[in-house]
Design a protein around this ligand. Structure first.
Ligand code: F3S
Length: 418
């Protein structure tokens, strides 16, 4: 692999052990993917933040970097931590687990990361521009930032994200290269009276279908109105990156690299054309639920982390009513939105209704013993990603529905198919 003089000095250890180790990992990654050279990046999002997924070995790796006085050399944001940093006791997180999580959190901050603790860094503060070369981890964020913003990142996983923040370099490969960003398959949405684009659940369903068909290919979606909101696209991104390995999608007339059919496919023809109608959407909705009805224990909103308008809508739908006894309603969001909710007086109103607003974390990744402590059996969510992963990760039954259905379930304490 061809390195610049500066990169060679990094590899040779002239900038210290940590930079040398990070460069060595990245050049090996590049060799695996056939990259011929490295390239600079100007922003990183790290998702190696869940202590329970990294384990003690991961914690040791990060601690060693701190020990070498490592500093991140580009602006770096952080995915959710394993715990709500302020309210972890309220969520029954064991103290030893919280302590290890705290060590990991502090290590990142000492290296200069921004304490964003969110899986949707594109909502607040750390928003790259179109065409910017970045290195992001976290599947929903990768899909969103590539597709909706048009910044350029490959899929970086645990440790490669850290190495990119330490060196400011990545291999030149994958979606960093414009020619690798052309659409490959075409999904045509067949509109009908039953398809309501004002219903928030339609977007995770479209994403879920797109991911299932595309797998590792780049889908181009036709038929979504350009009034689609950023929150809708966030939900679509997360679901597409869950049912498939979708790092980039285009929506004709909506996303920045797809203003025309020719742009989206870069003058080529799709290798496959798939029509999606009511039947496919209903099947996707059925597949995202493990049961049709039941007594509700938990309702989860905010995957990816909820925006201010989403929480405001939730509060309006609750209308000042209290949720049913024995039901938990959790909203996952970031600290910025939390602060806005407080300023706007919404936090008080949500709390009156019995809603718990949690920041800095994602409870889906909890170890099983925490879930067992809660003793839940059935959860309801409007997130395609939570619905997809929760049965395997939490052991709970799941029902997927739109925000109205989630609120109805929380108020009644039960849910029926409809
Ligand atoms: Fe974020 Fe957790 Fe969903 S990390 S994307 S809220 S599964």
């Amino acid at each position: 692999m061809k390195l610049t003089d500066e990169e060679q000095r990094m590899l040779d250890g002239q900038y210290g052990k940590a930079v040398s180790m990070a460069m060595s990992i990245l050049t090996k990654l590049g060799q695996i993917y056939g990259a011929e050279e490295m390239m600079p990046i100007t922003q990183v999002h790290i998702d190696s933040t869940f202590f329970q997924l990294l384990g003690d070995a991961g914690l040791e790796f990060v601690a060693r970097l701190v020990h070498c006085d490592t500093e991140f050399c580009v602006p770096t944001s952080l995915n959710p931590s394993a715990r709500d940093i302020k309210r972890w006791q309220e969520f029954r997180v064991p103290p030893d687990f919280a302590e290890k999580s705290k060590r990991l959190e502090q290590a990142y901050l000492r290296m200069g990361a921004n304490p964003t603790w969110t899986c949707a860094p594109y909502q607040n503060g750390m928003i790259p521009r179109f065409g910017q070369q970045i290195a992001w981890a976290e599947s929903n964020a990768i899909a969103f930032v590539n597709s909706v913003i048009g910044a350029r990142t490959a899929r970086y996983g645990d440790f490669a994200d850290i190495c990119a923040a330490v060196t400011g370099r990545v291999p030149k490969f994958s979606l960093h290269i414009p020619q690798n960003r052309s659409g490959e398959i075409l999904l045509r949405l067949q509109t009908s009276d039953l398809i309501d684009f004002g219903d928030d659940s339609i977007y995770p369903l479209i994403g879920y279908i797109a991911g299932s068909f595309a797998q590792e290919r780049i889908p181009v979606i036709e038929g979504i109105p350009n009034t689609v909101s950023s929150d809708n696209l966030k939900a679509l991104s997360a679901a597409a990156a869950s049912s498939g390995a979708v790092d980039l999608f285009h929506i004709l007339g909506v996303t920045p690299e797809a203003s025309t059919y020719e742009d989206a496919f870069q003058g080529k023809e799709p290798t496959q054309i798939i029509d999606i109608g009511e039947e496919e959407l209903l099947t996707a909705r059925r597949n995202l639920s493990t049961v049709k009805e039941g007594k509700v224990d938990l309702v989860v909103i905010g995957c990816p982390h909820a925006s201010f308008p989403e929480v405001k809508q939730l509060n309006q739908l609750l209308g000042g009513k209290k949720i049913a006894r024995g039901v938990e309603l959790w909203v996952q969001t970031n600290r910025v939105v939390y602060h806005w909710l407080k300023e706007a007086g919404l936090l008080e109103s949500l709390s009156f209704s019995g809603v718990k607003v949690t920041t800095d974390t994602c409870n889906l990744n909890w170890p099983r013993n925490i879930w067992d402590n809660w003793g839940f059996r059935l959860l309801v969510t409007n997130s395609g990603k939570w619905a997809h992963y929760a049965p395997g990760l939490t052991g709970l039954q799941v029902i997927f529905g739109n925000i109205q259905k989630c609120v109805e379930a929380a108020l009644k304490g039960e849910i029926r198919e409809g």
